[in-house]
Structures are given as structure tokens and as C-alpha cells.
Design a protein around this ligand. Structure first.
Ligand SMILES: *[C@@H]1O[C@H](CO)[C@@H](O)[C@H](O)[C@H]1NC(C)=O
Ligand SMILES: *[C@@H]1O[C@H](CO)[C@@H](O)[C@H](O)[C@H]1NC(C)=O
Ligand SMILES: *[C@@H]1O[C@H](CO)[C@@H](O)[C@H](O)[C@H]1NC(C)=O
Ligand SMILES: *[C@@H]1O[C@H](CO)[C@@H](O)[C@H](O)[C@H]1NC(C)=O
Ligand SMILES: *[C@@H]1O[C@H](CO)[C@@H](O)[C@H](O)[C@H]1NC(C)=O
Ligand SMILES: *[C@@H]1O[C@H](CO)[C@@H](O)[C@H](O)[C@H]1NC(C)=O
Ligand SMILES: *[C@@H]1O[C@H](CO)[C@@H](O)[C@H](O)[C@H]1NC(C)=O
Ligand SMILES: *[C@@H]1O[C@H](CO)[C@@H](O)[C@H](O)[C@H]1NC(C)=O
Length: 495
């Protein structure tokens, strides 16, 4: 999901060994995780110093915390949880600012210790210290040496929220006085973006009185199984020529794939070089990738970002932009196909064949069977399949669509069964327990004193936040809600 180049200091998320963008973030197989964006941070030149002038360790210094494997049974022992910490602005009595990046390897998120993020800006203003802690079952913070279904029994939302609480109550920080700043002695501020923003709200809801204040950016607090509305902010805010043309193509694809002759279907698949992909929902669903690129946009994104490259490919013909109504079906089909053939397939899949990269029907593929640690896509799917859903699908009949209706929740539920057969047994389409999650954490009805909530109008995840527009959650002085015109977590970092 990260297509921009990061400074030498910070490694991009999902910089795994896999070849393709698609397999790195798991999106080709159905779902893009809502990770916060890694801000660009130039490596500080020279040594950082604290306010008293003493030298600080580099912000990449790694620390380990002994975290309980099971908060319901401390006797099970502990595992090493990684964290990063700095005290550039800290003065005794200042707040301790804690964030987990959530569903990814946290190495690379050190920028969230600095003042290019709201975390560091609060620290700078309030003389606080900052901490980034890795979420259990991501990166190298694992209770067990694998991501088997037996291990993943300890990967739950209640364990994740309890981790943040236990960390705050027990950590001995390396900074001067850092063993005497537990909640009650110092004010703790919990910050999160996206899933970790939801975790901020969920932690403060389920463990009141530990964190003095919270900041939740683009927090996806409402679990939703059929999350077709992921694509609504994109449809509404993308250039209109591009949305009209995408809609025209997708309507055509659904018609041909549903009612066309075998020859018509084959010709249409081949338009994108996907003639060898056997399942039509995989072909039509793969076209979502161009729209998922929207999630990486920020208010300063311009020409050169993947999403705008796509719209330019469709809408610029012989150096001329289409008007608001686009160029129409024929041009859109040809230009979209050419973009895939010449640029996009290679970006998404590298050297992989289409079935390996984009197919979702071969349960023997390593994407489902690989249980080695530091596989963020698998750890995230576990939460998706059990607790939150967020399946990014085509809309209900009658709605304007930029995404195929051939892809519906069963498409993803089937993949949950491939990922975790030992969990779901004979159920070939297990349904996530989204209602139970919402009942437990109150979803959009979250009410927490001193929780600040920020959302972006153009965020594709907005319909899972309190600013969806489907609900009328009122901003109050004790739980302020602000909606800007930004994208996903735009308020959280500086670009
Ligand atoms: C952010 O912190 C750096 C030191 O790490 C400082 O040089 C810079 O002025 C700060 N930026 C702002 C906007 O205060
Ligand atoms: C996963 O790890 C656990 C504990 O580290 C081990 O007991 C178990 O055999 C492993 N499972 C698989 C399927 O490798
Ligand atoms: C397929 O054809 C049937 C019968 O003509 C029609 O009702 C349906 O809407 C068509 N489906 C699509 C996706 O065009
Ligand atoms: C049409 O597409 C071009 C190229 O992507 C874009 O710059 C322009 O803003 C679009 N215009 C409208 C009216 O949608
Ligand atoms: C894309 O490549 C395939 C061959 O792999 C070809 O059949 C198809 O026509 C190409 N699409 C376009 C729009 O040129
Ligand atoms: C399914 O995937 C496995 C593992 O990659 C591969 O060996 C096998 O040939 C694939 N089966 C089909 C029908 O493509
Ligand atoms: C699951 O399927 C297996 C083999 O098809 C069968 O033996 C078993 O009884 C089934 N279990 C349940 C709970 O339906
Ligand atoms: C979840 O709750 C909604 C709204 O209350 C209800 O319509 C739906 O049937 C419930 N789903 C399940 C799986 O219980």
C-alpha cells in the first residue's frame, strides 16, 4: 500500500520477501488493511538532545517489554513486545504518549516518535515523552513462534487492549525518571490511527481510568461485514470523468460476465491480460486494485501517485483531458487494459502468473497456508474473519458502482475458511462476529471523556467511523469530533 519512497531511516511497511505489491499487503485476495500511513522523516542530522542538553539514543533504538501472553491467565508467562521511545521534549510531570501502529511490523514507524506527527507535536507542546509499541502478532512481537490457529487464539481485541493497559502500568522507561511514570503518577495519552485509532477508543471504553486522554484518527470503530461503502468516498471525490468511465466499464463487465457468451467473456478478460485467470469474480474483483490505491493519498498527493496515474491513463487522450462525462466505454476499456498490460500488472504482481497473484480459489497456495511470523496479512485476516469484517465489496443493486457486484461477502468468507480451517471447521463461509464486537465496544456509539476524534471527508474508511454520515454522532466538549477534508489519517502526520 505504500508506493512512495521512504527515507533511508524508515523502512516501508510490508517490505517482505514476497515479490509483488499485491501479495505484500494482501489486497489482491480481497481486503486492504486500514494501516496508518508511515510519515516521511528525514534522519536527524547530528545527535538528538533532551531539554536538559543531554544526548539521546537514536530514535531507532529498540526496547523490549515483557508482555503477558494471556491477560486472563498470567501464569502462561510473557513474550517480548518491541517498542521505541524518545524523550526529546520531556520534563518531569509531562504526559507519556503511547501509540501502536496496529496491524503491521512496527519497525519503520519511528517517525511517530517525532514532531512530524501529532504524537510528537503534543509531546513538544506539553513536554511529553513518546512511545511506539508493536501490536501482538505483528512484526517480531509474537507470543509463539508461528501464526497457527492454536497460537492465534491469543490474538483477540480484548488481549490487544489489555496489552496497552498492562504496558502503561508496568513499563520501566529508559528516560530519566522513567520507572516512576505509571498512570496515576503521570498522565498517559493513547493515540492511534485507523485500526489502532479504533483500538484507542476500544481500550478507553473497556478499561476506563487508565489513559487520561485519547486521540483517535480515522478510527474504524464500527465493525461492518459488508463494507461496500469503502468505495463511496472514492466514487464521490475522485475526478468525475474518471468515476463516470470506471462506472461504465464496471457495468459492462458485470453484464458480460453474467450474460455474455463464452467468447465475449474471454475477450473481455484478455483486455486486462487476465485471460488465464479462471474465476470471473477474481477478474472483476482484481479491478478494485486501482481504486485501493486511493488509500495512500494525502492532501499533498499530486501527479505521480498511483491513483492519479490510473485516472490519467483513462482520461488523457492525445494530450487532452476528457470533460466531466469521460470518454465513454470503448476508450475506457482500451486505456484501462493498456495501463494494466504496460504498467500496472507488473506493479501489482511482478513476475507472478495471474492465478497465483490474483486467484482466490486454490486453497493450497502459500498465502493461506504459510504460518510463519511477521506475516501481517495473515494476522490482520484473523481479526477480519473473526471480529470486524470490513469486506470491501460491490454495492447493493441499484447503487452507482465503481466495483463489481460479483464480489460479495461470501467471496471473502470463503477465503477465511482457506486461511483458518482449524478455526472454522466445515463452515466454508464463516461470518465475522461484527455484531458482538459492536455490542462489546459500542461501535459508533462510543462515549469516552477526553477522547478526541478526527476524520477525513475523503477517507475510504469514513463509513466505519463516527463521521460516516449514516449516524449522527454529536461532537461534545468532552468527546470532540472534527472532520476535515483530508484522507486516511491525514491529521495524524505531516507530509
Ligand atoms: C521539530 O523538532 C525538531 C527537533 O527534533 C526541531 O528542529 C523543529 O524545529 C521542530 N519543528 C517544529 C515545527 O517545531
Ligand atoms: C506453533 O508453535 C507452537 C509453540 O511455539 C508449537 O507448539 C506448535 O507445534 C507450532 N505449530 C505448528 C503447526 O507448527
Ligand atoms: C442478465 O440478464 C438478465 C435477463 O435478461 C437480466 O435480468 C440481468 O439484469 C442481467 N444481468 C446483468 C448483470 O446485466
Ligand atoms: C479529467 O481527468 C483529468 C486527468 O486525470 C483530470 O486532471 C481532470 O481533473 C478531470 N476533469 C474532470 C472534470 O473530472
Ligand atoms: C492486453 O494484453 C493482452 C495479451 O496478453 C491482449 O490480448 C489485450 O488486447 C491487451 N489489451 C489491450 C487493451 O491492449
Ligand atoms: C495450487 O497451488 C499449489 C501451491 O502453489 C500448486 O502446487 C498447484 O499446482 C495449484 N493448483 C492448481 C490447480 O493450480
Ligand atoms: C465435517 O466434515 C467431516 C468430513 O466431511 C465430517 O466427518 C464431520 O462430521 C463434519 N463435522 C461437522 C461438525 O459437521
Ligand atoms: C447484526 O445486527 C444487525 C442490525 O441489528 C442485524 O440486522 C443482523 O441480522 C445481525 N447479524 C447477525 C449475523 O446477527
Amino acid at each position: 500500500m505504500l508506493s512512495f519512497k521512504l527515507s533511508a531511516l524508515l523502512a516501508p511497511l510490508f517490505l517482505g520477501s514476497l515479490a509483488s505489491a499485491a501479495l505484500k499487503d494482501g489486497r489482491a485476495h480481497g481486503n486492504l488493511a486500514p494501516n496508518p500511513i508511515v510519515p516521511l522523516v528525514a534522519a536527524p542530522t547530528g545527535l538528538l538532545t533532551s531539554v536538559d542538553g543531554s544526548a539521546l539514543p537514536p530514535i531507532t533504538t529498540l526496547y523490549y517489554f515483557d508482555q503477558l501472553i494471556d491477560h486472563n491467565d498470567p501464569g502462561l508467562g510473557t513474550f517480548k513486545q518491541r517498542y521505541w521511545h524518545t524523550w526529546e521534549w520531556y520534563k518531569s510531570g509531562g504526559p507519556i504518549i503511547l501509540m501502536t501502529p496496529g496491524e503491521g511490523d512496527a519497525d519503520g514507524y519511528e517517525g511517530y516518535l517525532t514532531n512530524v506527527t501529532i504524537n510528537g507535536q503534543i509531546a513538544q507542546q506539553q513536554n511529553g515523552a513518546t512511545i511506539v509499541v508493536e501490536h501482538r502478532f505483528y512484526g517480531l512481537s509474537n507470543p509463539f513462534a508461528n501464526l497457527s490457529v492454536a497460537s492465534l487464539q491469543y490474538h483477540t481485541l480484548p488481549q490487544a487492549t489489555a496489552d496497552l493497559v498492562y504496558f502503561a502500568q508496568n513499563v520501566q522507561l529508559a528516560m530519566p525518571g522513567g520507572s516512576n511514570v505509571q498512570p496515576g503518577k503521570a498522565p498517559w495519552i493513547l493515540i492511534g490511527g485507523s485500526y489502532s485509532g479504533a483500538l484507542t477508543a476500544w481500550t478507553m471504553t473497556s478499561h476506563p481510568g487508565v489513559f487520561w486522554a485519547g486521540y483517535a484518527s480515522s478510527a474504524v470503530v464500527e465493525a461492518i461485514i459488508d463494507f461496500w461503502q469503502y468505495f463511496e468516498p472514492i466514487r464521490l471525490y475522485m475526478p468525475s470523468n474518471c468515476s463516470v468511465d470506471v462506472e461504465t466499464v464496471i457495468t459492462h463487465v458485470d453484464q458480460v460476465f453474467t450474460n455474455g457468451t463464452a467468447a465475449e467473456i474471454q475477450a473481455l478478460k484478455s483486455n486486462w491480460g487476465l485471460g488465464g485467470l479462471s474465476h470471473l469474480d477474481d477478474v472483476a474483483g482484481a479491478l478494485r486494485n486501482n481504486l485501493w490505491d486511493w488509500q495512500a493519498l494525502s492532501p499533498t498527493s499530486g501527479p505521480g501517485s498511483m491513483f492519479f496515474n490510473f485516472c490519467d491513463a483513462l482520461e488523457v487522450k492525445n494530450g487532452k483531458n476528457a470533460g466531466a462525462a469521460g470518454w465513454g466505454l470503448q476508450n475506457a476499456l482500451t486505456s484501462w487494459g493498456k495501463y494494466w498490460n504496460e504498467t500496472y500488472y507488473d506493479y501489482l504482481c511482478g513476475a507472478l502468473d495471474a492465478e497465483t497473484c490474483l486467484g482466490t480459489y486454490n486453497a493450497s497456495q502459500s498465502i493461506w497456508t504459510d504460518i510463519s511470523v511477521n506475516n501481517a496479512a495473515r494476522s490482520w485476516e484473523w481479526i477480519v474473519c473473526n471480529d470486524v469484517g470490513y469486506f470491501q465489496e460491490g454495492p447493493p443493486a441499484g447503487q452507482a458502482k465503481i466495483v463489481t457486484q460479483l464480489v460479495q461477502p461470501v467471496y471473502d468468507e470463503r477465503q477465511c475458511a482457506y486461511y483458518f480451517p482449524a478455526q472454522f471447521g466445515n463452515n466454508t463461509t464463516p461470518v465475522p462476529k461484527a455484531n458482538a464486537t459492536n455490542a462489546f465496544y459500542h461501535g459508533c456509539d462510543v462515549k469516552v471523556d477526553r477522547l478526541f476524534i478526527a476524520n477525513g471527508q475523503r477517507d475510504p474508511w469514513r463509513y466505519a467511523t463516527v463521521s460516516s454520515g449514516d449516524v449522527n454522532i454529536i461532537s461534545t466538549p468532552t468527546q470532540p469530533i472534527l472532520v476535515g477534508d483530508g484522507f486516511h489519517c491525514s491529521d495524524h502526520y505531516q507530509t
